[in-house]
Design a protein around this ligand. Sequence first.
Ligand code: HMG
Length: 383
Amino acid sequence: MAVGIDKLGFYTPSLALDLVELAKARGDEPDKYTIGIGQSVQTVVPNYEDVVTMGVNAAKEILTEDDLAKIEMLIFATESGIDNSKSAAVFAQELLGLSPFIRTIEMKQACYAGTYGLMQAKDFVTLHPDKKVLVIAGDIARYGLKTPGEVTQGAGAIAMVVSADPAIATINDDSVYMSRDVADFWRPVDSTTALVDGHLSTDVYKEMFLTLWQRYQEQTGHELADFAGFAFHLPYTKMGKKALDQIMDQADNQQQAFLREQLTASQVYNRQVGNLYTGSVYLALLSLLQQGQLTDGQRLGVFSYGSGAEAELFSLELVPGFDKAVAGQDVLAQLAQRQNVSVAEYEAIFQSQLFDSSKNQESDAPDGTGLCQFVGWQDGQRR
Ligand code: HMG
């Protein structure tokens, strides 16, 4: 039975920072950011958004009455959780109007957790084909002002409905995965910003992709020529190129040119949003599905990486009519509607978001947006 991604929604908050302006403010060459790292704009999160609102807004883009009736489990993958005990999923369940008779859970393993959620969803639907699972993968990537990671910040969420006979893509039963204890990126429990050994993290990502690619080939017998493109976890868009370049010698010149074009198509949205940790690989997938040259029945590779470190490589098969199933999302329009903020405004917003549970806070949520918004904290509780 075919089980896979039936719907794919995306949401990113309403503020944006031009990275050429950030480069100038930091005394860096703009080309380092836009070419060397491959990022042009990053989403900035206003104080009336958090991971719950982003996830709910992404899911609202796609859910129908039929989904609401059949969703039996909500998996919320994030490393930007808003409580050390209560999961983001229970907030989202209520806000989305899902049934109380469902399972809700939050999952964490850096940027990898969305893929674990997707695979759990696939297994559940395989056992219960009349049910659906909602997987939300969203984060706010924060490294801190004037850090090397600052240019790779970003925010947003992906929502996916997993079902039998999916409208977008079947998840093939061909995953290879690995885990290894590495200190490449981490966030202590009392810190609102991530700590990272950036160059080590890039090396581990590349190494895990190459290892899993070799294992995938051994276990499945598939070759590079069998793939119409890849969606990589994109902490910054150059990372996808670094990974793919390692296996390009397995393709002839024509296929190399094609795979590079498909990679560029997969990077369009991430280049304008930045890292959304758990959601990044699925934003790259949405970008590839909408901007790439694809036809029904083709095989796509998905490489998911989460620091710490864990990675998984698997393939999807495009379902006839997949292009219509993703056409409803006008991501470029959503990105264009963001309001630009100056570097000084971004810095003020960033510094105001140091959470202190001993202080009650009210957000500046504007009226009439029609979006789910966060109103503030009271007695350490999200209101
Ligand atoms: P850096 O040290 O500031 O930059 O950190 P650099 O000196 O390495 O330069 C970056 C690139 O720009 C280089 O290209 C330079 O040559 C080039 P490369 O050699 O890499 O191909 N460059 C220029 N190009 C054109 N014109 C110029 C110019 N100047 C230099 N004038 C780094 C960069 C990405 C390490 C930093 O931003 C960082 O630490 N980012 C955060 C960590 C990260 O994103 N790691 C990625 C892998 S880990 C991962 O994906 C997991 C993660 O998402 C977290 C999770 O799992 O939860 C991060």
